[in-house]
Ligand binder design. Sequence first.
Ligand code: F0G
Length: 468
Amino acid sequence: MSDAIAKSASKAASTAVQRCIVPGCAATFGIREQIYVCPRCGGPLEIELPLELLKAVPDLRERWQARAASHDPRDRSGVWRYRELLPFDDDAPVVTLFEGNTPLYDAPRSAKYAGLTALRLKHQGCNPTASFKDTGMTTAVTQAKLLGARTVVCASTGNTAASLAAYAARAALQCAILLPQGQISPAKLAQSMDYGAVVCEIAGNFDDCMRLISELADVPSIYIANSINPFRIEGQKTVAFELLEQCGWRVPDHVVVPGGNMGNSSALGKGFDEMLRLGLIDRLPKISVIQAEGAAPLAHLFAGLKPPEPAADALLPDEIAPVSNPRTLATAIKIGAPVSWKKALRAVLGSHGSIITVSEQEIADAKAIIGRDGIGCEPASATTVAGIRKLVASEKIHAGETVVAVLTGHVLKDPDYVSNYHRGTLSFESVTAGGTAKTVQISGAFRNAPEKVAATKQAILKSLESRR
Ligand code: F0G
């Protein structure tokens, strides 16, 4: 790299700012200020990079591609490989577990199920702690180190916690996680215990944990790593870059993600937007977000927006009506008051995507179909394929379009769910409009229960024959 170019790339990092996304405020703050929301108006913050400077750096795509073959620890990471677009200087104390570099699979059975000619699945469950959270934790924990934090904390439905616990352990930082007691998958809880975090089980739901987190925001030695933290989003946005690279820089027509606290959709939106502004792509994919029916505050808000869709920031609504008692077996997205809803809504409206809901039965069946492609994922991730099927049926997605679903977590994240589905014992506590609770049995339309087979060759062959 020539000196001049190297200077523009590193200057880009040092001239980045944190900017309030509320149009009437738009206040800016230095990137080493330990803040999570705008100190002036309370609005969400995002990192603004001087993209004009970065336009002067030639051959960014080729440079990123070449790093994939390098042994520099930063190049081994599918996040830091794109470091020109991260708000860190070259000497930052990078905390990495070599996250990212996740596969993009063809999924013919899932495609057929959804009514598409082809479907690709970007499997973020193939990260070091088996969820997409790792791509954001590498940058958030690196920032924690830079700020001299002693403790990192988060509220979580399980995956953020597991990821933060692992990265904190790598960075030798204390880690505390706030979890809704009895509401997260035991496999995720086990990960956090193994990585040495202080596990605080809170009597309440995720939204209660999140409220407690915001009370901890003014303790200087504590650094918050929820996706309200804009440095998390910076790492997570690189998934858009990696995906485009894997698509040979041909922009897919649709990218579909699950929606919980809305960090992921916000991050993808930011990533694609930066690529467009840098001239590395010429259009945006439509970003669609899928929520579980019982935990869908943003889908409700979206459904109430009047057409024509307001694409301009100025027209974004100020408030969202939270769901006070969110319900879904996809516990990762059991969230009633998503903190990053504004950024996510902006990304969806700006790209002309949709926000819809899917039922528990639809999630469960889509999950089993993804398994039949030999891929597998946790329940929250399967909202994507279930959602795509609905979007195809309502002609928001056409059969021949190029579609990528982002799978956010690994199938082993919630083995109880998987087993119950296949054994026909999966059930869901639903509440009627009148407030009465009733248990709904989820039918295992694609059940694959184990069977007892006698310990003989004949019995095994018979069993195979009967199931051909
Ligand atoms: N999928 C999985 C597997 C998740 O763990 C989450 C969020 C989401 C989707 C939704 O992503 O919040 O960025 O919209 N899990 C968080 C957690 C809330 O604490 O692990 P989002």
